[in-house]
Design a binder for this molecule. Structure first.
Ligand code: HDE
Length: 712
């Protein structure tokens, strides 16, 4: 889908955007500036004058250029797009953007990491934020989602503790954008309800290949309400059309050095190239009367509804098709809030969601500095705003008339309340009664069954990655008691997992003895745990990335390694076929100088062997051409080329060796395993291009990781 010519939000933003093209430099008061190079002085070697209002204005503005970064989700990447409804949900909700078949709603999406600062690496092991602002005709609807379907805690009151524990430690501000440290694991070791989320966080979902290749989840159960007032619980899903794919941990660490903006760049380039990221939007719908039919509480945000129990119904497509014009104005100033809803959608009593409903406006006040943040262009609703709220910092709207109160007669009673039939929002009428208590529902006290479900649903390589992630993280923990306690928790999930981690940490597996009853008031451990429970659904296919989409190489980045004398026709043929499948080809050569081919033409490398690394590509081609290979194998280049090949091999990527490349092939770690490895394609194969395309589409040969690593 191409960017809409008449995207209403884009039209609205245009009114606020400006370009400096062919314009004269001015002050903020519109005065044309004659000299922007020298300040006003008393004599050319004299002191600057206070009178220099041009200097003062420029420096003052500069001094105030920064705003506080988000307390969580500080690092983000945003894009504009459109949501198209492909199946009407009128039976379930009256939200107009979900009922009018074919309707297109403009959106702005911001992806983020959670723990790191604004300038931290994209490749941190972390949850990813996936926040969507739908500019609907009924007002803004924000789905402030994550790429994991559950959360660490069940109650908002613990959120500041969780975040304090994961952020850099307060005494020395170490480590940045990492959960591998004492305070995080100390908190987790005392928080059994986190264990399901920990399984997700230690899985490769926490190190996505691309923001375009991750799922999105609303996490909480929300409510749909239709015209008749009938209620359904709903869980929101976004499924990427390119599949869900991740990098290896070791690769993530290297990318953090080679290109810490890897995800930001990938999203930006994909949109610039017209490879618009797309997701299927799906819902799990549960009639209100079925609320108690599950072996968990629908209000508990540490639980998923397995797709085997309630299938995800695909009802729309989310497409991102335009990069922001200005990062600060759009991606930084966008303000999401789970409380921005429209008629037909309502909240549940999930105690995590309830707390969020307070937090998001509050945080914008300190971050954006004024209750008028809704007037910032990216936050403006398409519906015009009419109310009696007035004044405050940076107020932009000029409301005419004398009355700013309700009821009034001076203003003719305007603005009027809207009836429900006119789109006026009415909260779902819900009977609520209960004693005022600070307690958790017993139905929330099962913390391991879905952690087991997740772990048992993983493929063997995924389980190994998860084990290794825990070993990595906990090896950074300096306190043996914390390591032991975490292992004691893992024992409730899977004994082998606990044993494998314990072995590497040098601790014993001792199941923690969680009390089943209320704890003594002076207990350090603030958690309850139920009897161990098996989940009703034992394995869920949707939880393993092994079962994801693997039929496309669209927008995959393929590096062609070459030098002078490269076989032009073979390069062109392969490049054309890969590009026809939607892949992006980039040339890598010993230097950035043009590469002369065997037929005398010239190719322009995008990278030199030293300016990039194999971790930045999905697959590599070692190009044919005797002279090219000869140049690549001279001592100065050989170790660099072999490093490329061996890294790609270790990271289980597809490799293609053109004719004449035997000397490189045999010097690399690849050769001896070729016969049993579908990821290695050589000049000896019958249909090498088809095999290569299929191998790239598989993303990685994770099943052969151990063998490949043993070769490295
Ligand atoms: Fe957030 N969260 N959160 N969160 N969250 C923020 O709001 C908070 C939670 C999520 O790109 C903050 O504007 C509390 C769950 C995303 O701008 C803040 C609790 C989920 C983003 C805040 C949670 C999220 C935020 C910081 C527990 C997944 C980035 C800046 C009660 C469903 C939005 C801001 C963006 C941002 C509070 C838990 C997703 C402080 C108190 C669960 C994607 O208000």
């Amino acid at each position: 889908m191409k960017p809409e010519e008449h995207n209403e939000k884009a039209d609205q933003l245009k009114q606020h955007s400006t370009s400096n093209e062919n314009k004269k430099l001015t002050t903020n008061q519109g005065l044309k500036i004659n000299n922007n190079q020298d300040s006003l002085k008393a004599g050319d070697r004299g002191p600057s004058l206070l009178e220099d209002f041009i200097l003062r204005e420029k420096i003052t503005h500069f001094d105030h250029e920064r705003i506080p970064e988000r307390v969580v989700h500080a690092r983000g990447s945003g894009a504009h797009g459109v949501f198209k409804l492909t199946r009407s949900l009128a039976k379930y909700t009256k939200a107009k953007f979900l009922t009018e078949l074919g309707k297109e709603t403009p959106v702005f999406v911001r992806f983020s990491t959670v723990a790191g600062s604004k300038g931290s690496t994209d490749l941190a092991r972390d949850v990813r934020g996936f926040a969507i602002k739908f500019y609907t005709e009924e007002g803004n609807y924000d789905l402030v989602a994550n790429n994991m379907p559950v959360f660490f805690i069940q109650d908002a009151i613990k959120f500041p503790d969780l975040i304090h524990a994961v952020k850099p430690e307060p005494d020395n501000e170490i480590p940045q954008a990492a959960s591998a440290h004492d305070t995080f694991w100390d908190f987790i070791s005392l928080m059994p309800e986190s264990m399901h989320m920990i399984m997700w966080l230690m899985s490769d979902r926490a190190i996505p290949r691309s923001l375009r290749m991750m799922e999105g989840f609303g996490v909480h159960s929300f409510k749909f309400i239709n015209e008749e007032g009938k209620v359904h619980f709903v869980k929101f899903h976004f499924k990427p059309k390119l599949g869900v794919h991740s990098v290896a941990w070791n690769e993530a660490q290297t990318i953090s050095g080679v290109d810490p903006d890897f995800h930001k760049r990938d999203l930006w380039e994909a949109i610039e190239n017209g490879d618009y990221p797309e997701w299927d939007f799906g819902v799990q719908l549960i009639p209100e009367e079925d609320e108690d039919r599950f072996d968990f509480d629908l209000l508990d945000p540490t639980k998923i509804v397995p797709e085997e129990e309630v299938p995800v119904e695909i009802v729309g497509t989310l497409t991102l098709n335009k990069n922001p014009d200005n990062f600060f104005a759009e991606t930084e100033q966008v303000a999401f809030h789970p409380g921005h809803i429209v008629p037909g959608i309502d909240f549940t009593n999930d105690p995590l969601l309830q707390g969020r409903l307070f937090s998001y406006t509050d945080t914008q006040l300190s971050r954006l500095g004024s209750p008028n943040f809704h007037e910032i262009p990216i936050n403006r609703s398409l519906n015009t705003v009419h109310n009696n709220q007035r004044d405050g910092h940076m107020r932009q709207q000029i409301v005419k008339g004398k009355s700013s109160y309700d009821p009034n007669s001076i203003g003719g009673g305007c603005p009027f309340q809207a009836m429900m039939s006119e789109g006026g929002f009415v909260s779902q009428e819900e009977r609520v009664s209960g004693a005022k208590i600070r307690e958790r529902s017993k139905s929330f006290v099962d913390h391991y069954s879905q952690a087991k479900l997740f772990y048992n649903s993983q493929s063997t390589p995924e389980k190994e990655h998860l084990q290794n992630a825990l070993i990595f993280e906990l090896s950074k923990v300096t306190l043996p008691s914390v390591r032991e306690r975490v292992v004691g928790q893992l024992a409730y999930v899977d004994m082998f997992l606990a044993w494998r981690v314990a072995e590497k940490l040098g601790v014993e597996v001792k199941k923690l003895d969680w009390p089943n009853q209320s704890l003594p008031a002076d207990s350090n451990i603030v958690e309850l745990q139920s009897e161990e429970r098996e989940p009703k659904t034992k394995v869920s296919e949707a939880l393993s990335m092994k079962n994801t989409v693997k039929n496309t190489i669209k927008s995959r980045k393929i590096g062609f390694i070459m030098a002078s004398g490269v076989h032009h026709k073979e390069v062109n043929d392969l490049k054309t076929k890969l590009e026809a499948e939607g892949a992006r080809v980039e040339f890598i050569a010993p230097s950035l100088a043009k590469v002369r081919t065997d037929d005398g033409s010239e190719l322009t490398p995008k990278h030199s062997l030293t300016s990039t690394a194999s971790v930045c590509f999905d697959a590599l081609v070692i190009c044919s051409g005797e002279d090219s290979v000869k140049e690549l194998i001279v001592p100065e280049n050989k170790h660099l080329v072999l490093h490329f090949i061996n890294e790609a091999y270790k990271h289980c990527k597809a490799l293609y060796f053109g004719s004449d490349t035997e000397p490189l092939y045999h010097n690399s770690n690849v050769a001896s395993k070729k016969h049993e490895d579908p990821g290695i394609i050589t000049w000896e194969d019958d249909t090498p291009t088809d095999l290569f395309i299929n191998a790239i589409a598989q993303h990685r040969v994770w099943d052969l990781e151990i063998e490949r690593n043993a070769q490295s």
